[in-house]
Design a protein around this ligand. Structure first.
Ligand code: SAH
Length: 361
């Protein structure tokens, strides 16, 4: 049992079981020991998972092309903002800003706001982006004040790390799955005896016993902040993550350590916790704010229609055969149906009345 597990065990012994969302928030963000809070470096090939921007520069470049297209469609506003949620090592933003040199008017119009809670990752981002010449500021969480102009938001593998609560359809109705302790004091999943039907959306009421509902209040709240800002001020958001348009009734919350599944409550702060994103909920809360929502479409479809194959060919020109080969393997990893292409989805939030954007046709 690690130090954070012991601390959580003592808390639970005194206060009773905590929700999985509370557990995730502490395991992810505890200042010294949390996965995204401490010194632990979660990213990159030596870390716990590899993300699309870490696979290839083409990913960030194509997201730039998409954002710039939206910016032009909205009349090339002279003051605009580029926001990234959870920028990790800063790789994607660095690719976006390098590609943006091809559009000096866009580059001159924007400042950048990075939403990052991890102090060590923020330092990596500062170093990585120091030479871009673009004004960059950081915030720990996305505040509505950021939306005082058209804002273009990118979020790759961010929403999956937000805390979720889990509810189990028991014989007698919905009950919350919580984190308690077993007789030895070790963390263990327990089922709350209290009726929780009111927390589960109406369309899940008829689920069969054994079904699990996962609910992320923070993901839903964040989607409405994005949508409200974009509906009022213009701009666009692209949310890229693994998940589905509709929940399947099975739990998706998982722990990963060094690219392998780990037990859910094993060594809090040392394993990556994530859950599939419920795009249906994000879309509904964005629409409630009056925004237009497109997708989710698969990452494969999205990147193909933005021209990832052509981009790989351009990058291969005049390069050695190994380079061309490695670029086409990267394309396959990003869009292949057995790789990231189908598991990952892309959803866009745009101002009211917007026509379908590139990639969503
Ligand atoms: N987008 C990056 C990194 C994904 S990992 C990539 O694709 O490589 C998730 C990122 O979100 C990390 O930078 C992490 O520190 C940050 N993060 C996670 N939860 C957060 C929260 N609640 N508030 C702010 N940042 C958070």
């Amino acid at each position: 049992m690690n130090a954070l597990a012991e601390r959580l065990g003592r808390l639970i012994a005194h206060e009773g079981p905590i929700t999985l969302a509370q557990y995730m928030a502490i395991a992810s963000h505890e200042r010294a020991l949390g996965f995204y809070g401490g010194e632990h470096d979660p990213l990159g090939s030596k870390g716990d998972f590899v993300t699309a921007p870490e696979i290839s520069q083409m990913f960030g470049e194509l997201l730039f092309v998409w954002c710039m297209g939206q910016w032009r469609k909205q009349g090339s506003p002279g003051t605009a903002r580029l926001v990234e949620l959870g920028p990790g090592r800063g790789t994607m933003m660095s690719d976006v800003l390098r590609a943006a040199k091809t559009a000096p008017d866009f580059l001159a119009a924007i400042d950048v706001v990075l939403v990052e809670s991890h102090p060590a990752l923020r330092t990596q981002q500062e170093t990585r982006l120091a030479a871009t010449g673009v004004p960059i500021s950081w915030t720990e969480d996305l505040k509505p004040e950021v939306f005082d102009r058209p804002v273009f938001v990118l979020a790759n593998e961010f929403f999956d790390s937000l805390p979720v609560r889990q509810f189990l359809r028991a014989e007698e109705g919905w009950r919350e799955r919580m984190v308690g302790i077993d007789a030895s004091g070790a963390l263990d999943l327990v089922i709350s005896p209290i009726a929780a039907d009111a927390f589960v959306p109406g369309d899940r009421r008829g689920d069969l016993p054994g079904s699990i509902a996962e609910i992320s209040d923070s993901a839903k709240a964040l989607s409405s902040i994005l949508a409200q800002g974009i509906a009022e001020q213009g701009g666009a958001a692209l949310i890229i993550d693994y998940g589905n348009a509709a929940p399947a009734g099975a739990p998706t919350l998982q722990a990963i350590r060094a690219h392998r599944p780990a037990r859910l409550l094993e060594d809090p702060g040392e394993v990556d916790l994530s859950a599939h994103v419920d795009f249906g909920v994000l879309a509904a809360s964005a629409r409630q704010e009056g925004a237009a929502v497109f997708g989710p479409v698969t990452q494969g479809q999205f990147l193909e229609s933005l021209g990832i194959r052509a981009r790989a060919e351009v990058l291969s020109l005049g390069r050695a055969a190994e380079v061309a080969g490695s670029l086409s393997r990267d394309v396959e990893r990003l869009i292949g149906s057995q790789e990231m292409g189908e598991l990952f989805k892309v959803m866009a939030i745009l101002p009211p009345g917007a026509s379908p954007p590139t990639g969503f046709g």
